[in-house]
Ligand binder design. Structure first.
Ligand code: NAI
Ligand code: MG
Length: 325
């Protein structure tokens, strides 16, 4: 894999604070000596305003030809017929595993979210009086997300399967399938109803290690987990498929703070570290993660964490801490 050619990364900075935090992430990657070719793509609200389309088929082709994608955030265009760019990329590249690690000085757990089916199936009937969305759970989809979660849990402590099978019969298939995969792989597993997980994340988050769940539950629990950790701006994610991957902070485009230079870049920097690990440079990823921890330990942080440093200050501090290693 290594050495033959520089890896190609599609860079979708996007809208709002997306370009601000992606700039930080790229600066940190450069400083860490990560070697790759960047393919910038204008995708998102800005593009939609100019052309009426947030992403073209050609953009998608370009993305497919790159090794992976680094994405900032995309503002949803004000169009009732808009089809989410991110959902489209996740589906087209079959990025089924959404891995969301939550780290702080006291906490360390990972949410593994199924990323291609569930309530985000896209199968909908929309009417004036009645609208329906179909929740799709398949054995194959559940097996492969359970396998991805077990790969992580096998190196850690345990797996928690998150579901609502007491009410949603589709979740009985999800639960049973995940339990079987965990048993086959001898990974210690428990299961918990999603509402109880929501409660326990607040009351006793330290009890969790690796959680596996379906699409919508994972989406919601991730933002809750980010709140428990301290800020959405700290949290990173990977969207992984068989041959492709997309890395992005879990936050959106934060229009309320865009252009002020105060967005927390750590989620994007951590996403870049996950990307570089996936590309086969785990040592560089560990150096970046270490530099981030040093920066946070010294209290160099943006206003979302109660401090008054700017995006650029935090970025420079991470880069300076890289050099200290
Ligand atoms: P959001 O995640 O953009 O912001 C929620 C709150 O968290 C805001 O108060 C924001 O200021 C704060 N925040 C988020 N990231 C931060 C950071 N890095 N540093 C400091 N504070 C941060 O969610 P919101 O406001 O619901 O959505 C804004 C737009 O983003 C919408 O158009 C939404 O559709 C889109 N969105 C896009 C996502 C993506 O591209 N992956 C994910 C979530 C939302
Ligand atoms: Mg979300």
């Amino acid at each position: 894999m290594s050495g033959a050619r520089a890896k190609k990364i599609a860079v979708v900075a996007g809208d709002g604070i997306g370009p601000e935090v992606v700039k930080s992430a790229l600066a940190v990657l450069d400083a860490a000596g990560a070697d790759f070719e960047k393919v910038p793509l204008e995708v998102g609200l800005g593009r939609w305003k100019k052309t009426g389309q947030a992403m073209s088929d050609e953009d998608l082709e370009t993305i497919k030809q790159c090794d992976c994608v680094l994405l900032g955030a995309i503002t949803t265009p004000p169009d009732p017929n808009y089809r989410s760019v991110l959902l489209r990329i996740r589906k087209e590249l079959d990025l089924y595993a959404n891995i969301r690690p939550f780290h702080s000085f006291k906490l360390d757990f990972i949410i593994v979210r199924e990323n291609t089916e569930g309530l985000y199936s896209g199968i909908e009937e929309v009417g004036e009086e009645e609208s329906r969305t179909l929740r799709v759970i398949t054995r194959r989809g559940s097996e492969r997300i359970a396998a991805a979660a077990c790969d992580l849990a096998a190196k850690r402590k345990k797996l928690t399967i998150v579901h609502k099978s007491n009410v949603l019969r589709s979740d009985r298939l999800f639960l049973k399938t995940c339990q079987k995969v965990a048993a086959d792989r001898k990974v210690p597993a428990e299961d918990m109803l999603v509402d109880a997980v929501a409660y326990n994340l607040v009351i006793n988050p330290g009890r969790f290690d690796v959680l596996v769940t379906s699409n919508l539950f994972g989406d919601i629990l991730s933002d809750e987990a980010a709140g428990v950790i301290g800020s959405l701006g700290l949290c990173a994610s990977a969207n992984i498929g068989e041959g492709h991957a997309l890395f992005e902070p879990i936050h959106g485009s934060a229009p309320d703070i865009a252009g002020k230079g105060i967005a927390n870049p750590i989620g994007a920097i951590r996403s870049a570290a996950m990307m570089i690990e996936w590309l086969g440079e785990p040592e560089t990823a560990r150096r970046i993660e270490g530099a981030v921890e040093q920066t946070l330990l010294r209290g160099i942080a943006t206003p979302d964490l109660g401090k008054s440093y700017k995006t650029a200050d935090v970025t420079q501090a991470v880069i300076a801490n890289l050099a200290k290693k």
